[in-house]
Ligand binder design. Structure first.
Ligand code: SF4
Length: 199
């Protein structure tokens, strides 16, 4: 197993989205993604070769000395085996969260799995039952139907979130609010870090 991972960026900030919005977290953003969402706001993450490889021990030391809640994101972090990274973080007393499309096999020791399914490459079946949080990005009307279909596949304890896509927020957020009022098993997730203008 490789001792290095392509790391696009790593930084300490507030989690902006979903169940842990507002929580201080250390983000590790891995480079590499082949899902191809046209509205992706981190397209510069897609080509793993453009990001420096970093020793796992080094990133674990920096992250765990800064904060004990670590969010592994991307790109698509499950393109890599995360066993070594997550075990080292856990051994340093961290809670480890992941944000994933679910299109690749699950690996690693994880405390919270945020599954954000994408239509162009659906999650692997096993991911649905493992997810703690389902976060569906709402870009257009069909995404509401997609969200309902995806919610049928997750486990009964999984928390359900709809998140207005940032470029559409002025037109679609009210529809998301209306949907949640009509479907109270869902909650809205806003990209609060973007409103706060923090990373
Ligand atoms: Fe971007 Fe995430 Fe979609 Fe990959 S899965 S293209 S990183 S939004």
């Amino acid at each position: 197993m490789s001792n290095v991972l392509p790391i696009m960026e790593h930084f300490y900030t507030l989690q902006g989205e979903g169940r842990f919005a507002g929580t201080p977290s250390y983000f590790i953003r891995l480079g590499g993604c082949d899902i191809g969402c046209h509205w992706c706001d981190v397209k510069e993450s897609w080509d793993a070769a453009t990001h420096p490889k970093m020793e796992i021990n080094e990133i674990v030391k920096i992250a765990s000395e800064t904060c004990k809640t670590i969010v592994i994101t991307g790109g698509e972090p499950l393109m890599y085996n995360l066993d070594q990274l997550t075990l080292a973080l856990k051994n340093n007393g961290c809670k480890v969260h992941i944000e994933t499309s679910g299109a690749y096999s699950l690996s690693g020791k994880l405390d919270w799995i945020c599954l954000s399914p994408k239509k162009n490459k659906l999650p692997l079946p096993a991911l649905y039952q493992k997810a703690n949080e389902l976060k569906v990005i709402i870009y257009n009307q069909h995404d509401f139907l997609f969200a309902k279909e995806q919610a049928e596949l997750v486990n009964t304890n999984c928390e359900l979130y709809l998140q207005p896509e940032w470029s559409k927020k002025d037109t679609i957020t009210q529809q998301v609010v209306d949907f949640v009022l009509e479907n109270p098993n869902w909650k809205i997730s806003l990209q609060t870090h973007k409103y706060l203008n923090i990373p």
